[in-house]
Design a protein around this ligand. Structure first.
Ligand SMILES: [Fe+2]
Ligand SMILES: [Fe+2]
Length: 165
């Protein structure tokens, strides 16, 4: 059985994960518009991952005899300045999510909710990867600077990403 506090916090996190999916979809649109199909593909993979994160929590809540109440999604940004701007915002977003997961974990410890702690341990590990992959692309874009040829090479590399990477 979930406590009301944990249930409410998990409901919020479901919304955060769906918002992340929505944000990555918007970013994917920017890359479609700017003809960077590989980046667009990478963002679509992110979107799918975020929906899987939301569903992991959704299923967990019902497995614990709790209730999900889906909330409205806020509007993600629709305009971006450059690939670097997009990736910096993606990294910033992942860092915010990490902070939220950490807060949730702290609450689960306080409430002595061990199954929720186990679920969140998976998310804590996942966030390390999420931040690392966004940071790597940010750093590579900084190296690339104004080189169109190098940008196209990175685009090709990102286009080869498969699920689970
Ligand atoms: Fe996520
Ligand atoms: Fe993420």
């Amino acid at each position: 059985m979930l406590s009301k506090k944990i249930q409410a916090a998990l409901n919020d996190q479901i919304n955060n994960e769906f918002y992340a999916a929505y944000l990555y979809l918007s970013m994917s649109g920017y890359f479609r518009e700017t003809n960077l199909a590989g980046f667009a593909h990478w963002m679509q993979m992110q979107r799918q991952e975020e929906i899987a994160h939301a569903m992991k929590i959704f299923d967990f809540v019902y497995d614990r005899d709790g209730l999900v109440e889906l909330q409205a999604l806020k509007k993600p940004p629709a305009r971006f300045e450059s690939p670097l701007d997009v990736m910096e915002q993606a990294l910033g977003h992942e860092r915010e999510v990490t902070a939220k997961i950490n807060d949730l974990y702290e609450l689960a410890v306080k409430e002595k909710d061990y199954p929720t702690q186990a679920l969140l341990q998976w998310f804590i590990t996942e966030q390390v990867e999420e931040e690392a992959s966004a940071l790597q692309i940010v750093e590579q874009l900084k190296m690339i600077g104004d080189s169109r040829a190098a940008l196209l090479m990175l685009d090709r590399e990102l286009g080869a990403r498969t699920m689970g990477e």
